[in-house]
Design a protein around this ligand. Structure first.
Ligand code: SAH
Length: 211
């Protein structure tokens, strides 16, 4: 696939997402701006603009573009917001969010150190100023709190860990898949309130489990 074919495939993907999803134009523009092929292994490059997840090694996957679009829209973010990501993977979703909030505003933690290193290098090479750390999402980036929004790209088995909720400001949003890896996972959005959280269900999903 040459650059022109890729451009066409990317535009078709965006048109398809626009037809199928009710998400902000800002989110579609961000997806259009990110070269997804640069985030997938060589042998899957020809499928980089198909709307599906792809393997990235270490038993992990890059999320499907429609899932990235839906989750990013639910975060309700704007330029300048500071966002926490749990589960960097290849760094694709972080790049999409970075397109919206701008340089230096995305903080992403990845459990598998090799993936964290690769994603950090890749994001830097592509010009994204995203801070990537290796570690457990329950612990990382306490020093950077509070965040305007946070999201998990791995499924929390029972509920969103309290430590993550504590790192989001009042009025901030948290988007995450919740549920067992083999069972019914639900995509939920929490909005942090003074005296607890508001909770919305956004349908069935399938993500790798949180370690
Ligand atoms: N954000 C990616 C998808 C990543 S897949 C994208 O852009 O497509 C989910 C990732 O979550 C995996 O890489 C997995 O290693 C990571 N993960 C699992 N449990 C974690 C934890 N406790 N803390 C941080 N990362 C975790």
């Amino acid at each position: 696939m040459d650059d022109a074919d890729r451009e066409d495939a990317r535009r078709e993907l965006i048109d398809e997402l626009r037809r199928r999803l009710d998400v902000r134009e800002r989110v579609l523009s961000a997806i259009e701006a990110v070269p997804r092929h640069a985030f997938v292994p060589e042998r899957y490059r020809q499928h980089a603009y198909a709307d599906r997840p792809l393997p990235i090694g270490n038993d992990q996957t890059i999320s499907a573009p429609h899932m990235v679009a839906i989750m990013t829209d639910l975060l309700d973010i704007e330029p300048g917001d500071r966002v926490l990501e749990i589960g960097t993977g290849c760094g694709y979703h972080a790049a999409v969010v970075s397109e919206i909030v701008g340089p230096g505003n995305v903080f992403s933690v990845e459990y598998v150190p090799e993936l964290a290193d690769e994603a950090r290098d890749r994001l830097r090479r592509l010009g994204y100023d995203v801070t990537v750390r290796a570690g457990d999402g329950r612990e990382a980036f306490r020093d950077e709190a509070p965040f305007d929004a946070a999201y998990l790209t791995c499924a929390a088995p029972v509920d969103i860990p309290e430590q993550i909720v504590d790192r989001v400001r009042i009025g901030g949003r948290i988007v995450a898949p919740i549920g067992a890896s083999d069972g019914a996972q639900r995509l939920v959005r929490l909005t942090v309130r003074e005296d607890g959280v508001d909770r919305e269900d956004h349908g069935g999903v399938r993500f790798v489990p949180m370690q």
